[in-house]
Design a protein around this ligand. Structure first.
Ligand code: GLC
Length: 716
């Protein structure tokens, strides 16, 4: 029986009373996070050896569906921890609920294509609503790694290449998951990951080393994490990467100096899977004992899946190698996290919720709206789309019949049986009056093409070609797909490519040869209906690219917020930075995406800090347009990107409607982490652009003086 009931922990001050009761072994137990909840030993739970558990069976949870966790299972273990252990300390149950639990939202890269913080917040709130019903109280999301390399499979899992967009979506994810009180029974602790710089892995090869200057670290990779901390995120997960020769998992500069001293973060830092053990592989510790000592001293609180803390911390303290205060520091954070999650007050989950909250019709409808808003129309020659009153349609491509593949990477709890295929959804959307020709065989498909009004070819990637540990040297479409497209192209029938993928693929042949390209970043449970309603015109696509699409993998890394360099890009001038065997521009720029209605921008204005533009819907379809504002700092103490996203908003436009869209800038928006590694706005001349994507021209320049006021402005 516990020495006192968990309910006795009434406020934060009681946590120190509890800490004072704990043995060294019990303290180490709170910092221990084994995997595979179903294999836990009850005796270990009773002995206080399990502070938290990740409900995943292996380190590659991202690429496999997993057996569902049920609240009955978590409650059973919780009762041992709270009613049989010597000290009543609840367990925190964690899972990779990355972009939905049972109702699966589009992958985060797709969510980013909506440029909609509201969508991200709502999607994560649904994820929390469902996952908490299964006893999960800690989600290892959002993944905030800035990614500039489509070879890296995990580009699918983050919010793309821009720190401003990723920051706004990070804040939204925290709001959606944690709400205003993590103790609510439909809210949970979020986890910003991977802290920090994982997306810089050289060669786009997962787990590889990355070289990052402090300037780039602060001005690119750290920014979305800082935004998440300001939004109140409860936890962080250290990255596998090493920074300047030190693994992030034992990097004091990252985990303590920046995260805690500079940012004031008071949450918990958990390692990534076996991150403590990997310090040995990095060659920065001789064994797990040394790795544990280094990680704890650097500020890592919980050891996921290495068992180094539980095995070695007591001996390290007794040997005087580390102080017990360091252990107490970590344990106090863990207890505070559990307190904030309401676990001391109510450690158990209502077991009736599991069957009431999953895949509800209203959440399916929301997932449908999410999916529709993430679709990006890249090409639509001769208004091929939307398909109006076709008589015969060809539907080809294996992904057209796919189900679980629509979930994308990092989906543990989606049910393939609940996915309507793209093919079935198209047939439902266009109805039985249309004749459909389909075949899994490319030769049949090509021979059928002459008999239909248009062919819809669903190409792209299985999630198994993306996500963790799935990196590629060739970002072209998977084997066989281009051949099918080329064969169909020869038949002269309009070819509509639906590209379902988790990364920027090389679509250069498609851009030059097919009639329409609709990009779908693994759209989740409602992919089929979202795509079908877009092909029919019921949905006017509005998504914009959160990542740059290269012409070929040889251009990688390629991103919009690039530097001017000492030999500015000028394809036709000798001696300037350029390739001799390819255009230097990307295939599709960051922020690019079209719709069924031409949108006209005019009358861009800068009036003081207010920047505005008139936006007109010149088509016959109602539209949502994502208006974007970019700026450039002409001269600074450090070189600045040629353009940086600084504002965006979605605006609805009826056919023929014109709206003036305006934004209020402020000097603070124009800053960067300068020579002192602090956010500074340096006086000088800036330029501003407002438009439909990152190609929008700079139309005005303005001078900011030392007081942060605009002293002069000019039209460019
Ligand atoms: C994986 C991933 C991380 C995930 C963790 C637990 O290796 O890097 O994002 O949360 O392990 O599954």
């Amino acid at each position: 029986m516990p020495v006192f009931p968990a309910s006795k922990i009434k406020d934060i001050a009681d946590l120190d009373m509890l800490l004072g009761e704990m043995t060294l072994e019990e303290k180490a137990g709170q910092l221990n996070q084994p995997p595979n909840m179903l294999a836990l030993e009850d005796a270990d739970v009773k002995a206080g050896k399990i502070g938290s558990v990740i409900c995943a069976f292996n380190a590659y949870a991202g690429n496999e569906s997993h057996e569902r966790v049920r609240a009955g299972q978590t409650n059973r273990l919780q009762r041992i921890a709270c009613e049989e252990a010597r000290l009543p300390i609840p367990i925190l149950f964690a899972r990779d609920v990355i972009h939905g639990h049972r109702t699966v939202a589009p992958i985060p890269l797709g969510q980013a294509a909506s440029f909609s913080p509201e969508l991200v917040e709502e999607a994560q709130a649904i994820a929390a609503f469902e996952a908490t019903a299964d006893g999960i109280k800690w989600a290892y999301t959002p993944m905030l790694d800035i990614a500039r390399d489509p070879r890296w499979g995990r580009i699918a899992e983050g919010f793309g290449e821009d720190p401003y967009l990723a920051s706004r979506l990070a804040e939204a994810a925290v709001r959606g998951l944690q709400g205003t009180n993590m103790a609510d029974n439909d809210r949970m602790a979020a986890c910003m990951k991977h802290f920090v710089g994982y997306g810089a892995a050289e060669g786009g090869r997962d787990y590889n080393t990355g070289e990052i200057s402090e300037y780039t670290y602060r001005n690119l990779y750290l920014r979305p994490f800082h935004a998440a901390v300001k939004a109140g995120i409860a936890t962080a997960m250290s990255a596998f990467i090493e920074v300047a020769g030190i693994p992030a998992t034992c990097h004091k500069w990252i985990l303590d100096d920046i995260l805690r001293e500079e940012w004031g973060f008071d949450g918990v830092v958990v390692s990534d899977w076996d991150g403590v053990g990997e310090i040995v592989h990095h060659g920065c510790a001789a064994d797990h004992t040394e790795a544990a000592s280094k990680a704890l001293a650097a500020g890592l609180d919980i050891d996921m899946a290495t068992f180094a803390y539980i095995k070695h911390l007591p001996e390290l303290v007794r040997a005087g190698v580390i102080s017990e205060e360091l252990v107490d520091r970590a344990v106090r954070r863990v207890l505070l996290l559990k307190y904030r999650c309401g676990l001391f007050e109510n450690p158990y989950t209502d077991e009736t919720l599991g069957d009431k909250r999953m895949f509800l019709p209203e959440n399916q409808n929301k997932a449908l709206e999410f999916a529709k808003r993430t679709l990006v129309l890249l090409k639509n020659e001769n208004e091929t789309l939307p398909l109006t009153k076709p008589k015969k349609l060809g539907i080809f491509g294996t992904l057209g019949k796919a189900t679980w593949e629509m979930f994308g990477t990092w989906c543990l709890d989606g049910q393939a049986s609940e996915v309507v295929t793209i093919s079935d959804a198209i047939k439902k959307e266009f109805g039985s009056d249309v004749e459909y020709m389909e075949s899994p065989n490319p030769d049949d498909a090509i021979s059928f093409a002459r008999f239909v009004d248009a062919v819809i070819v669903v190409v792209g990637e299985s999630p198994h070609r993306g996500g963790e540990n799935n990196c590629v040297t060739d970002i072209g479409l998977p084997a066989g797909q281009l051949q099918l497209l080329k064969g169909l192209k020869r038949m002269g029938t309009p070819v509509i490519a639906v590209v379902v993928t988790g990364r920027p693929n090389d679509l250069s042949w498609l851009e030059a040869n097919v009639d329409a390209i609709l990009l779908a970043f693994h759209p989740g449970s409602m992919a089929g209906q979202a795509i079908a309603e877009t092909l029919s015109g019921k949905n006017n696509p509005s998504g914009k690219l959160p990542v740059t699409f290269p012409r070929c993998v040889g251009q990688v890394p390629i991103y919009y917020n690039r530097k001017n360099t000492g030999r500015p890009l000028d394809p036709y001038a000798k001696g300037m930075t350029r390739y001799i065997d390819s255009l230097d521009s990307p295939l599709y720029e960051f922020g690019y995406g079209i719709g069924y209605s031409p949108i006209n921008y005019s009358n861009a204005k800068l009036d003081g800090w207010k920047v505005s533009v008139d936006v007109k819907n010149e088509g016959k379809y109602a539209a949502e347009e994502i208006v974007q504002v970019y700026f450039r700092d002409e001269v600074a103490s450090r070189s600045r990107p040629i353009k940086e996203l600084v504002k965006f908003s979605r605006t609805t436009l009826k056919p023929g409607e014109t709206k003036t869209v305006s934004f209020e800038l402020k000097a603070e928006d124009l800053g960067y982490y300068g020579p002192q590694n602090t956010w500074v706005v340096e006086p000088g001349w800036f330029q501003v652009a407002i438009g439909a994507n990152s190609l929008a021209p700079m139309f005005a320049r303005f001078q900011v003086d030392a007081s942060g006021a605009i002293s002069e402005s000019q039209v460019m």
